[in-house]
Design a protein around this ligand. Structure first.
Ligand SMILES: Cc1cc2nc3c(=O)[nH]c(=O)nc-3n(C[C@H](O)[C@H](O)[C@H](O)COP(=O)(O)O)c2cc1C
Length: 308
C-alpha cells in the first residue's frame, strides 16, 4: 500500500505474523528514468521475505524493462503488476485500474513481463473486479492473465468507481477463483479473524490479502492465524500495548532515516498514528494534536495523557 507498507511497517507486520507482503508500488517509467531515486519505494530486508515488489505502468516494453531492472537489483520473491489502483495520478497515465478498460493491453503487459523475467522471478497481478458496475470484467481478466503466464492473481472485490466505498463482492472473487488454475488471492474488507475464516470456508480463494485493517491493527495477522488453529479469537492488545506500539513504530521510523530527519519522519507518521489511535479509548480529543505532531518527545507527552 502506497505510503503505508514501507520497510518499517513491513518489519512490524512480519513480527505480527504476515506471511507474504508486497512493497509500495513504483512506476515503471520512474524505474526507467530514475531508478536510484525510486528504489527507496521498494527496498526491503531479507527478513521481509517472501516479498513481492509491485509496479504500475501502461507500456508493455517499459514494464518489462523496469521489471528486469528491479529483479536484477533486488531479487524479490515475485514481481506484481498493479491493475487496481484508482487514483487519478495513476489512472491518468493509463496505469492501475485503467488497464481494466483495456484487457488486451493488460494481457500484453503481463505477457511482456513474464517473458522478460522467464524463470528468474514469478509474476503476479492485482486487479479490481472492473472499472464500474456496468463493466465488470474480472472473469475475463483472470483468464487473460492466466494465459499470459502470471502465477497468481489478487482480486480486490470492488470496482474502480467504488474506490474504497461499498462492500467488496466476494461472490465475484469466488467465481473468478473457480475459473482459473492458478491461485487467486481474495481482497477487500477482511477486518477480523472470522472474516479470514469465512473467506476460506465459503470461497475458492487460495489466500486472503489484508489491507486497511492492518493499518490500525497489524496484530490481525497473528490473531487470524491463532483463530484458524484454535477456533478461539484472541484478545486484541490492550490500550497501553497499543500506545507502546505507536511509539515503537515511530522510534523505528526515525532511527531508520527512511523518510529523512525527525520532522519529516513525524509528518510521514501522522496518518499512521491516527490510524493506530482509532481503536484506542480516550484518543479522540487528541486527534487534532496527533495530526500536527512534530517530534517523538511531543508524541510521548500526547500519549501519556491517555495513559493516566
Ligand atoms: C492508503 C492506501 C494505499 C494503497 N496502495 C496500494 C498499492 O500501492 N497497491 C495496491 O495493489 N493496492 C493498494 N491499495 C489497496 C489495498 O491493497 C487493498 O486492495 C484495498 O484497500 C482493499 O482491501 P482492504 O479492504 O483490506 O483494505 C491501497 C489502499 C490504501 C488504503
Amino acid at each position: 500500500m502506497a505510503g503505508v507498507t514501507d520497510p518499517i511497517f513491513r518489519t512490524l507486520c512480519k513480527a505480527e505474523g504476515a506471511d507474504v507482503m508486497v512493497t509500495e508500488f513504483v512506476s515503471a517509467e520512474g524505474v526507467l528514468q530514475a531508478w536510484s531515486r525510486n528504489r527507496r519505494y521498494v527496498e526491503f530486508e531479507d527478513a521481509h521475505r517472501p516479498l513481492g515488489i509491485q509496479i504500475f505502468g501502461s507500456v508493455p516494453e517499459h514494464c518489462a524493462a523496469a521489471a528486469r531492472i528491479i529483479v536484477d537489483a533486488m531479487q524479490p520473491d515475485f514481481l506484481d503488476i498493479n491493475a487496481g489502483c484508482p487514483v487519478p495520478k495513476v489512472v491518468g497515465k493509463n496505469g492501475g485500474s485503467s488497464l481494466l478498460k483495456d484487457l488486451p493491453l493488460l494481457q500484453r503487459i503481463a505477457a511482456a513481463v513474464v517473458q522478460e523475467l522467464g524463470t528468474d522471478c514469478p509474476v503476479t497481478t492485482k486487479i479490481r473486479i472492473g472499472w464500474d458496475q456496468e463493466h465488470i470484467c474480472a472473469p475475463e481478466a483472470v483468464r487473460r492473465l492466466e494465459d499470459a503466464g502470471v502465477q497468481a492473481i489478487a482480486i480486490h472485490g470492488r470496482t474502480r468507481s467504488q474506490q474504497y466505498g461499498g462492500r467488496a463482492d466476494w461472490e465475484m472473487i469466488d467465481r473468478c477463483a473457480r475459473l482459473v488454475h492458478i491461485p487467486v488471492i481474495g481482497n477487500g474488507d477482511i477486518c477480523t479473524p472470522q472474516d479470514v475464516q469465512r473467506a476460506r470456508e465459503t470461497t475458492a480463494v487460495s489466500a486472503v490479502m489484508i489491507g486497511r485493517a492492518a493499518m490500525n491493527a497489524p496484530w490481525l495477522f497473528r490473531q487470524a492465524k491463532e483463530y484458524l488453529c484454535t477456533g478461539v479469537v484472541p484478545e486484541p492488545p490492550a490500550a497501553p500495548e497499543r500506545l507502546d506500539f505507536m511509539l515503537r513504530h515511530t522510534r523505528m521510523a526515525i532511527e531508520s532515516g527512511h523518510y529523512g530527519d525527525e520532522l519529516v519522519t513525524m509528518r510521514a507518521m501522522r496518518s499512521r498514528l491516527l490510524a493506530y489511535a482509532k481503536g484506542i479509548p480516550g484518543t479522540k480529543p487528541l486527534r487534532p494534536r496527533l495530526s500536527r505532531v512534530a517530534s517523538y518527545a511531543e508524541l510521548t507527552s500526547i500519549l501519556d495523557e491517555v495513559r493516566v
